[in-house]
Design a protein around this ligand. Structure first.
Ligand SMILES: *Cc1c(COP(=O)(O)O)cnc(C)c1O
Length: 239
C-alpha cells in the first residue's frame, strides 16, 4: 500500500511537471492549464489518495459508477466533471450532481440539462464536444454544426457555455496531434469573434497533453498517466 501511494504521488508529480514544462515551452502561464483527473474505473480509495496529494477535480464517464463515488467522497467537496456519452434519459442525475459537463453534442441534451439543473445550484458549466477528426464511431457535433449549436446552447438559462471539448483520433505523431487541436483553437476563436465569451478548451489526454497545451488547452483530462493502467470494468479491483 505504501508502495502504491508512493507511485501514485510520483505519477502525479510527473504529470504536473509535464504540464509545467509544456507551458514553459509554448510560452503559456502555468496557471492557465487545469488538471482534470479522469477517474473512471478507479475506486473511491484511489480518489481519496490523490485528493490528499492536492487533486480537486475528477472526470467520470459512467453515471452509475460516478454517483457512487460522488456519494462516498462528499466530505472532500471535489469538483465533478461528466465527460462520457450522455443518454437523454440520464440527464437529470447529471444536472443534479455535476459541476461541469464536457460531452454535450446536441441541443436536446443541453435543453434537458438546463431544465433539470436545480435552482439552488449555480449554472452548470458546459463544453460542446466536437468530433474534430470526423470519425464515424465518435460522438460529437461537427464543426459545421458548431456555430448554430453554440448560439442556441448559450441562451439556455441554467447552463453556462464555457467552451469546447474533443477526443481526436489516436496518433503518436506530434504534428498530427497538433493539427486536430489547432482546429479546436480556431473554432473557439471563431465563436468568440461571433460574440460568445468562451474560455475553455478541454483537450489533451495522457499521450497528447503537450500538443494540446501547444494549441491552447485550458483543461487537460488525464487518466492513465495519473493512475496507471485502467482496471477492467468487470473485475473487482484489488484493495
Ligand atoms: C478515459 C478518458 C480520458 C483519459 O484518457 P487517458 O489516456 O487515460 O489519459 C480523457 N478523456 C475522456 C473523455 C476519456 O474517456
Amino acid at each position: 500500500m505504501t508502495n502504491n501511494l508512493h507511485s501514485q504521488e510520483a505519477r502525479l508529480q510527473t504529470v504536473l511537471q509535464r504540464i509545467t514544462d509544456a507551458c514553459t515551452h509554448y510560452g503559456r502561464d502555468a496557471g492557465s492549464v487545469t488538471l482534470l483527473a479522469v477517474s473512471k474505473t478507479r475506486t473511491s480509495d484511489e480518489l481519496r489518495a490523490i485528493a490528499a496529494a492536492g487533486v480537486r477535480r475528477f472526470g467520470e464517464n459512467y453515471l452509475q459508477e460516478a454517483l457512487e463515488k460522488i456519494d462516498a467522497l462528499r466530505d472532500l467537496e471535489p469538483e465533478w466533471h461528466f465527460i462520457g456519452p450522455i443518454q437523454s434519459n440520464k440527464t437529470r442525475p447529471i444536472a443534479e450532481n455535476f459541476d461541469w459537463v464536457h460531452s454535450v453534442d446536441r441541443l436536446k441534451i443541453a435543453k434537458r440539462l438546463s431544465e433539470q439543473r436545480p435552482d439552488n445550484l449555480p449554472p452548470l458549466n458546459i463544453c460542446l464536444q466536437i468530433n474534430v477528426s470526423g470519425e464515424q464511431s465518435k460522438s460529437g457535433a461537427t464543426l459545421e454544426e458548431l456555430l448554430a449549436l453554440s448560439r442556441q446552447v448559450a441562451t439556455l438559462p441554467r447552463l453556462r457555455l464555457r467552451g469546447l471539448m474533443a477526443i481526436p483520433a489516436h496518433t503518436e505523431d506530434f504534428e498530427t496531434q497538433r493539427q486536430a487541436f489547432r482546429l479546436m483553437r480556431e473554432a473557439l476563436s471563431q465563436l468568440n469573434a461571433d460574440g460568445l465569451a468562451l474560455d475553455t478548451l478541454s483537450m489533451g489526454m495522457s499521450s497528447d497533453l503537450e500538443a494540446a497545451i501547444a494549441e491552447g488547452a485550458t483543461i487537460v483530462r488525464i487518466g492513465t498517466a495519473l493512475f496507471g493502467p485502467r482496471h477492467q470494468k468487470n473485475k473487482t479491483p484489488v484493495h
